[in-house]
Write a protein that binds this ligand. Sequence first.
Ligand SMILES: Nc1nc2c(ncn2[C@@H]2O[C@H](COP(=O)(O)OP(=O)(O)OP(=O)(O)O)[C@@H](O)[C@H]2O)c(=O)[nH]1
Ligand SMILES: [Mg+2]
Length: 250
Amino acid sequence: MPAKKVHFYTRHGAFGQPRWRPHGRQVDKNTTLFNIRQVASNAGMGNPYQQTRFLLGTPDTRRAPPDRGAEVAFAGRSNAGKSSALNTITGQRSLARISKAPGRTREINFFQVTDDRRLVDLPGYGYAKVSRSTKTDWQKNIARYLETRHSLCGVILLMDVRHPLKDHDRQVLAWCRAAGLPTHVLLTKADKLKRGPASATLHKTQELLTRLHPHATIQLFSSHTRSGTDTVQQVLNEWLDLKDPDNHPT
Ligand SMILES: Nc1nc2c(ncn2[C@@H]2O[C@H](COP(=O)(O)OP(=O)(O)OP(=O)(O)O)[C@@H](O)[C@H]2O)c(=O)[nH]1
Ligand SMILES: [Mg+2]
């Protein structure tokens, strides 16, 4: 094997950590670059979300799939990065539709992880060009969904790291708190800030969050760099009672 490729593996951070093959053996220096790339880009073979499939989309919560099993909802302002996060977490490029135009996801989209476990992409809120009546409908719909959905076992609340805790975010946190729903905040697009400012925002938002929803947890996340993916997957695994099949270290 050419020495240069081994050098690439040992030097660079992303590949410098001990990586594990899907069946649990450590990648050694004799592994070809091709294989290393496969393992590194994968996080995948051991990703319990990789088989996730689109189930149905509906603007009306009454048309939702049967309310049994367990599901986790992704909520956040329009353009916060909900659909991107779903794709990153499931290791799929186009499971949920992403758009540069805000307000893309207008329906509640249900994705099936296993027979009785689902991820749910909620319509984004706070999009200025949406009419007042649409906004009211959204509020009613989402509030009803959060309050009445028995299988809902947690909410991932996404906020652009550059604009955290806007009014609607606080409203959703209040609903989650009132409904006794575990809530985990993703400060998205962390790649847009340098490490220092990102970390400062994390700590400041964490402090404010404690007052709004004492049991909520928070992390930085980027769909572009995939940073924070392991952490949010662990939260989901716990809520949905899912095991990582390969139990690879994260
Ligand atoms: N730099 C950066 N851009 C991101 C990231 N995640 C999403 N984006 C971009 O942000 C825009 C909106 O992303 P979406 O995932 O569609 O956001 P959404 O929350 O689903 O939006 P709605 O469906 O309108 O509610 C797209 O242009 C994405 O490429 C990220 O981690 N980093
Ligand atoms: Mg979307």
